[in-house]
Write a protein that binds this ligand. Structure first.
Ligand code: MIG
Length: 691
């Protein structure tokens, strides 16, 4: 694995100039030319110097690429991919010629050019879709892959990222991070999903880098005509998904990493939260006010202050003298309660989760083998080793009492994991995690999946306790596959118009990353929204999957009624709209559980041939989206009074409010404060229910 051949010196020069540009002194070692070809039933294994490269078909639309720099492939392990997702690999016919080795599957072909080594993907007509721009390279444990970047390629996905919907011209890091008050260019955030899909001239493909180490993606920021991705450790192992339709790409990806389970219907209603509602009388007052004012709502959240000394699975009976009675009474009023249960266990003898966990050796260890202790809300805390099946089972049992009391769902926060008083905000990278694979891994290898395994433990635990009820878990951190266990929200946003604007591309990209059941804190978490902003946010929130109003400590009250009768009336009308639309929404979510196509979807997902929806420069156009297949939403996310130009997809569309047919490719509207532009696809049936 060395660049020894003279012919590659210009290439070598390029590589090193690249490194200099980024101030990185990484001595990249490129994989050399192919020296040997071995045909397999479903692909090919190549030798290139010391390196081995395995390119295989895993379905009729997915190709997998693995590279072992030393020639030996590690055990085949994935946190993300479902073992049952790859039933039978198709048989392929490998064609080996002096310059390249190549094979086809139903949706396209893969060609490996031998010298220099370039992996290339072609469509069914043999047209190049994607090609390495340089040979794959390694540097110690790190690796990187460089691809040619056409000027009109657009990129989506990567999970929880702020900023414009198109990832082009930006760089991103995958490292789950607690980011209070994040802004448009803050990266990384709470959830990282190393999957992206592209759009170019109506054609889409996707790539999933199945690697949970810290990884990074550069879509033409460092170099204008190259994009690249790589990780700091773990296996070079990625999947290529053929389209040509973006829907097909997303369907193949989600078939691999799993779908969201059907959530209970009530979780699709309006949810009210705050950090924190207490004491008990205040919680009852909030519930009563919703009912008195006839504002529909299904859920009240209790944040960390219901607990005794912030210790998970306890109740502060001073603040909540009749907790169980409160849950019951709220239940009679038609409210479900969702409780926060953070993963950090208070380090305190006499506290059952600590004693039990310690006795069973359930906690993450420091490098020296002692139980790792970090400071979080409860003070000194320990962390369950969620990567171990028996620990997940134990964690699940901790929910028994709450579940038996009638608590509706659970909220797993802080699971990046967040640790206070550390500059890196998380646990030491050399902490040790035991795994079900029988190997112990450093935190570096596990960090990005820790939150997912926490949510998994909760979800599977709830299912085990009440097998006939669909669990509801809300997680903050996630990795590819976490949608199998929990819904999610975009963490600590801010009460600003800009954050209302950023909600749409962020949620759309989560959907395009296989993570469909998501929402943002309506009204914003940090700060207090002015009345118009909260009203607009409640309007747009109707058309997001998880519809939850939430705010932090010390902010103004943020319930729908707080800004006087005019605002309250508008907000009530929109929350009512959400309830009228529940049959449509529930049906859409059910479809998502089978197809992976999110409820909240960019217009190009349905209309890939209409290039306006991915090539427009005006981000207002790009933030229009479809809610289900049949509703077009045009967010009004500024205080400005000038008209909103709205692109209308092909076919006939009708204004939802007036029933008027929209003619032509675009319309201009000046939506008053009480009006959110919504259009209905001609011929669609929108099932609705009475309030
Ligand atoms: O350090 O539980 O994102 O929604 O209200 C803050 C308190 C911890 C962060 C979550 C937020 C929640 C808050 N939590």
């Amino acid at each position: 694995m060395m660049i020894s051949n003279q012919r590659f010196s210009p290439l070598l020069f390029l590589l090193f100039s690249f490194c200099t540009v980024f101030g990185s002194d990484r001595p990249w070692q490129s994989v050399g030319p192919v020296t040997q070809v071995k045909k397999l039933s479903n692909g090919v294994e190549l030798q290139a110097g010391k390196a081995a490269i395995r390119v295989t078909a895993t379905s009729d639309s997915i190709i997998r690429v693995r590279v072992a720099p030393g020639g030996v492939f590690p055990a085949d392990r994935s946190w993300a991919i479902l073992p049952e997702a790859l039933p039978e690999a198709p048989r392929v016919n490998v064609v080996d010629s002096p310059r390249a080795v190549e094979f086809s599957i139903a949706s396209g072909a893969v060609r490996v050019q031998k010298s220099p080594l370039h992996v290339q993907f072609l469509d069914v007509a043999g047209k190049l879709l994607e090609s390495d721009a340089r040979p794959i390279a390694f540097s110690g444990a790190a690796f990187r892959i460089w691809k040619q970047l056409p000027t009109d390629e657009h990129f989506y996905g990567l999970g929880d990222k702020a900023g414009p919907i198109d990832r082009r011209n930006e760089t991103f890091t995958m490292w789950n991070t607690d980011m209070y008050g994040w802004q448009e260019s803050t990266d990384p955030l709470y959830k990282d999903i190393p999957f992206f899909l592209t759009m170019r001239k109506g054609i889409s493909y996707g790539v999933f880098l199945d690697n949970a180490y810290r990884s990074s993606f550069d879509f033409g920021r460092g170099e204008r005509d190259i994009y690249s991705f790589g990780a700091e450790g773990g296996e070079l192992n990625y999947y290529f998904f053929f389209g040509p339709e973006p829907k097909k790409v997303l369907q193949s990806y989600t078939a691999l990493v799993g779908h969201v389970p059907l959530p209970p219907l009530w979780t699709l209603g309006f949810q009210q939260s705050r950090y924190s509602y207490f004491p008990e009388s205040r919680v009852r007052e909030i519930a009563n006010t919703f009912r008195e004012r006839n504002i529909p709502a299904d859920v009240i959240y209790l944040d960390i202050d219901y607990q005794k000394d912030y210790a998970p699975f306890t109740i502060d009976t001073g603040k909540f003298p009749n907790f169980q009675g409160m849950i019951r009474d709220l239940g009679q009023q038609g409210f479900k309660v969702i409780l926060i249960t953070d993963l950090h266990i208070k380090k305190q003898t006499g506290y059952k989760p600590y004693d039990e966990g310690l006795a069973q050796d359930n906690f993450v260890k420091a490098a020296d083998g002692s139980v790792f202790v970090g400071k979080v809300w409860p003070g000194d805390s320990v962390f369950p080793d969620f990567t171990l099946e028996r620990v997940r089972r134990w964690w699940g049992t901790l929910y028994r009492d709450f579940l038996d009391m009638g608590v509706g769902g659970f909220w797993n926060d802080m699971n990046e994991p967040a640790v206070f008083e550390r500059a890196d905000k998380t646990m030491p990278l050399d902490n040790r995690h035991r795994t079900d694979w029988g190997v112990t891994l450093p935190h570096t290898a596990v960090h990005n999946v820790f939150g997912m395994e926490n949510a998994r433990a909760t979800y599977e635990g709830l299912l085990r306790l009440h097998p006939n009820e669909r669990p509801f878990v809300l997680t903050r951190a996630a990795y590819a596959g976490a949608q199998r266990y929990a819904a999610s929200w975009t963490g600590d946003n801010t009460s600003s118009w800009n954050h209302l604007r950023m909600m749409t591309p962020n949620l759309l990209n989560l959907g395009l990353s296989g993570y469909p059941l998501v929402g943002a804190d309506i009204g914003g978490f940090a700060g207090s929204p002015p009345p118009d902003l909260l009203t607009r946010w409640i309007e747009l929130g109707v058309f997001t999957p998880i519809y939850r109003d939430h705010t932090t400590k010390g902010t103004a009250d943020q319930e729908p009624w707080v800004h006087g009768p005019e605002h309250e009336a508008i907000r009530r009308r929109y929350i009512e709209l959400r309830y009228r639309l529940l049959p449509y929404i529930y049906t859409g979510v059910e479809q998502t559980t089978r197809t992976g196509i999110p409820l909240m979807r960019p217009v190009f997902l349905e209309y890939p041939q209409d290039e306006r929806f991915y090539t427009e420069q005006d981000t207002a156009f790009l933030d229009e989206y479809l809610f289900g297949r049949d509703l077009l939403i045009a967010p009004r996310v500024t205080e400005m009074l000038d008209p909103l130009q709205i692109n209308i997809p092909p076919g006939s569309w009708y204004d939802y409010w007036t029933g008027e047919k929209v003619q032509g490719g675009s319309v201009k509207l000046t939506p008053a404060l009480d009006s959110l532009p919504v259009f209905v696809r001609g011929g669609a049936i929108i099932p609705q229910q009475p309030l």
